[in-house]
Design a protein around this ligand. Sequence first.
Ligand SMILES: *Cc1c(COP(=O)(O)O)cnc(C)c1O
Length: 416
Amino acid sequence: MNHRDNAAALDRDDPLGPLREQFALNDGVIYLDGNSLGVPPKAAASRAAAIIAGEWGDGLIRSWNTAGWFAWPKRLGNKLAPLIGAAEDEVVVTDTISINLFKVLSAALRVANERDPKRRVIVSERSNFPTDLYIAQGLIEQLDRGYELRLVDHASELTGAIDENTALGMITHVNYRTGAMHDMAALTRIIHEKGALAVWDLAHSAGAVPVDLNGANADYAVGCTYKYLNGGPGSPAFIWVPKHLQGAFSQPLSGWWGHKKPFDMVPEYRPDDGIGRFLCGTQPIISMGLVECGLDVFGQTSVAALRRKSLALSDLFIDLVETRCREFPLQLVTPRAHTERGSQASFEHPHGYEVMQALIARNVIGDYREPRILRFGFTPLYTRYVDVWDAVEILRDVLETEAWRAPEYAERGAVT
Ligand SMILES: *Cc1c(COP(=O)(O)O)cnc(C)c1O
């Protein structure tokens, strides 16, 4: 395909096309960063107003009961569950990925050591999202019992690195930088064969690619709602534990929201029997309420339909970049195989940072990740095929005119 009309024809035939109407996206902006912060669903503004004026303003403290605030982490968890292959009462929406990972790793290490006390190693990838590695390091230091974080440089080395000393495999399903995706079922099987537990991070998977946690027999998972799920900046994350492991879940952040009877106000902590024990303290209710607006859009389609369009968008983008921009030093770092690709396409360029700033100045919003990587996310709920075509033409223009060489594009903000 090399003509904009062909892209427009794909949009006309796109069964997901009408869903774009449900997002507050400014015309003139090509947004290819929904993998980092999703676009607001239009419903979010009125929902926020209703929560603030009605539930908070009129309802006041009564809304913990009358609006059901207290039950939202579980209720929204159940609503999110079908997107990740989870069953009823296996997911709660709460806290951040970093905090949830701390809880999950603590619980998982305990279970692993009850089975086999000599297992002291957490295996992960050096290319994992840094907070995952930082949290593991912090927990290891805190426990001070000789645990070790073993990092591999390539995904292919994971299998070899997991051995009789491994307690956990801490794996991010889709790599944030390259968009490379693991085979969750196959890797979980290998981790189990070696006698370890599998902890999955779904930050770049939930709402982006098909996930079947129970089908894969995974042990624990965390993920966030502000990326592909369009929950809003800093909206609460989620945590999944299958029913058979919930009883064994004991986590150090034993706050009152995880108590079996929080309003008994007793001095001794007793965990909730089920998924509730993953909660810690009072949640950001306004932000959490908006998570539902994002989830409601997913309820109108299927993960299979989203996946089909996501791959078509990233295929088209890769194809156009490699044909329309072939004289420029852009190197694809995302796997070409569909089974190994998430919902993004990343290219390396020697001046990746500057090129991305020049694109953003032209209203093509992707982002930049060290080192030298231009990252473009594809969110089939609101991204059109013509957006892909136009983005590549603007990229071509930025490279051809060397617009990226303007000095202002070399300046770095606090967030890249
Ligand atoms: C985005 C992301 C996070 C973010 O963690 P927070 O604690 O929610 O800020 C963590 N892990 C991965 C793999 C991510 O992609």
